[in-house]
Design a protein around this ligand. Structure first.
Ligand SMILES: [Zn+2]
Length: 544
């Protein structure tokens, strides 16, 4: 391949400008109607077709066989000269980065004063990187834009229109501005496919997607990368070869890493990091890839379909998403955002990245929190992993007699705190069995009065419920035993022996109060959780 693909496949017609239909239609229409202006500003990211559009405009203006709709033929000697960028008296390209001064601008103005080489031809000046021009240079150009000689067209291309607005506001008002869009991965992929077909070459779809995503909206970059990848090997172009050529990490490393995080295996992080580091990958880019992946995982968890992902990445996401709570993925993204600068700037980015990944792997999980809130895990001994199997099964038929206490009941270390933390769920379970029983427990104050013994006290106003609870004692013991994971003896008391009603009331915790107290305890225990709750405005909800 002697000529670079990006050059060989540069569009020759307005219709070939990918994604910039709005610009193409306007310029083509202006040519067709003979209403081309004297000054244009083409703004947009690099590699999206600004200079190409300027050349097509120049071709169209001077084409020997222009179509009625304003399209240049692309084949006549005039068109070919412009397209090839050969020396041409009438179409001049200037790089403002190296011709930015006032003398350059004066020279340009003088040349623009001469008529075009042929009757009916236009003189077109294409100024690239126009934001590099100095204020003085703009002042010179302003004069010519205020009183343009007939047949002269200036086309300024820039990635930073704001800079021009700042240094040369009066010029801006004399220019017709067109904003170019980034080119989406699908459009880039399609164009690459066309180019490959013309070159009689083949590539995996995923390979083209990886290129398209890497090019980040720029067609020229995408074609350059395709060039680079094709020269990197033979045969069908695979995604693996593209990643290799670009020094990108493959999905496998991302998958291993996220699996380690999902499985809470901080130790596994080091092995993956060694692989990544040994491959010579840019760690900041690797972190960026992780961010994109996490974002896609969160999207898929909320039912949105992330677009433009290679099949291998989609498989990876499908594998990880169910193992990671959406809240956790969001928290991980937040931690990543906080560490990103550190990873970029650190003298030892690997340590910075490893620290982040370890924090991910050791993150207390939202799912644990739910388990704790649901009463499945005693607070004092909340383990790192969710243990749904400890969740209380709703007791269907209460056993008539308390069971013999098992050894683990003694070792259980039941505390008032634990009891308080599961109390709302005990009420919920009881309510499912019998609304009356649930109501009774809702009126009771539960306290631990001995090892494995819970006293339920009722105020005088709740005598009816106290009576009911006494008769349902065995059922209550079963529910408590299941919720606390140990056998529990229940003593129902209160009534007349109880202190005065107001005092009782103040002592009794409602389910709501217990819930918020539990949450406060959790947040005090885990500052990271506290920060996450504040930052993400998470609502921690019981599942009843
Ligand atoms: Zn032509």
């Amino acid at each position: 391949m002697t000529i670079a693909l990006a050059r060989r496949y540069r569009p020759r017609r307005f219709a070939d400008l990918v994604t910039q239909d709005h610009v193409a239609a306007a310029l083509r229409g202006a040519v067709a109607k003979g209403r081309v202006g004297h000054g244009y500003l083409l703004a947009g990211p690099r590699g999206v077709g600004k200079t190409t559009a300027a050349r097509i405009l120049a071709m169209a203006l001077n084409c020997e066989n222009r179509a009625a709709d304003g399209e240049p033929c692309g084949e006549c000697s005039s068109c070919l000269k412009v397209w090839n960028g050969s020396a041409d008296l009438d179409v001049v390209e200037i790089d403002a980065a190296s011709n930015r001064g006032v003398d350059d601008a004066r020279d340009l103005r003088e040349r623009a004063m001469y008529a075009a080489s042929q009757a009916g031809h236009h003189k077109v000046y294409i100024v690239d990187e126009a934001h590099m021009l100095t204020r003085e240079a703009w002042n010179v150009l302003l004069k010519i834009l205020e009183e343009p000689p007939p047949g002269v067209v200036f086309v300024f291309a820039t990635t930073e229109p704001q800079k021009i607005a700042n240094t040369a506001a009066p010029v801006m008002s004399r220019l017709q501005r067109f904003d170019f869009r980034r080119i989406g991965p699908a459009a880039i992929q399609q164009r690459l496919r066309e180019v490959l077909k013309a070159e009689k070459l083949d590539a995996e779809d995923d390979a083209l997607l990886v290129i398209a995503r890497h090019a980040d909206g720029g067609m020229r970059d995408a074609l350059s990368v395709l060039d680079q990848c094709l020269s990197f090997g033979e045969g069908i172009l695979t995604a693996a070869r593209v990643r290799q050529a670009l020094g990108l990490i493959d999905d496998e490393a991302y998958g291993e890493l996220l699996s380690a995080v999902a499985d809470r295996q901080p130790g596994a992080v080091f092995a993956v990091m060694t692989t990544v580091s040994d491959s010579g990958a840019d760690l900041a880019e690797f972190a960026g890839g992780l961010a994109e992946l996490l974002r896609a995982i969160v999207m898929s968890q909320y039912g949105a379909e992330p677009e433009g992902l290679p099949e291998s990445t989609r498989r990876l996401i499908a594998g990880i998403a169910p193992r990671l709570a959406a809240e956790d993925a969001v928290r991980m993204l937040k931690l990543l955002g906080e560490s990103e600068q550190g990873i970029r700037r650190s003298a030892n980015p690997r340590i910075a990245l490893e620290t982040l990944l370890l924090r991910w792997a050791m993150l207390d999980r939202a799912v644990d929190l739910r388990a704790v809130l649901a009463g499945g895990v005693p607070l004092a001994a909340a383990p790192a992993r969710p243990i749904p199997e400890q969740r209380a099964p709703a007791a269907q038929s209460p056993s008539p007699k308390p069971q013999t206490p098992s050894p683990k009941a003694k070792a259980g270390g039941l505390s008032d705190e634990t009891l308080a933390s599961v109390w709302p769920d005990i009420i919920a379970t009881a309510t499912r069995q019998s609304p009356m029983l649930g109501q009774a427990l809702g009126q009771a104050t539960a306290t631990l009065v001995g090892p494995g013994t819970v006293a339920l006290e009722f105020g005088p106003e709740s005598a009816l419920f106290q009576d009911g609870a006494s008769r349902q004692q065995a059922a209550i013991e079963t529910i408590l035993g299941a919720a606390l994971g140990s056998n529990v003896k229940v003593r129902v008391g209160g009534g007349s022996a109880a202190p005065s009603a107001p005092e009782r009331k103040s002592k009794r915790l409602s389910a709501e109060e217990i819930r918020s107290e539990r949450l406060d305890q959790l947040r005090t225990k885990d500052p990271a959780l506290d920060a996450a709750v504040n930052a993400l405005d998470l609502e921690l909800v019981d599942d009843d």
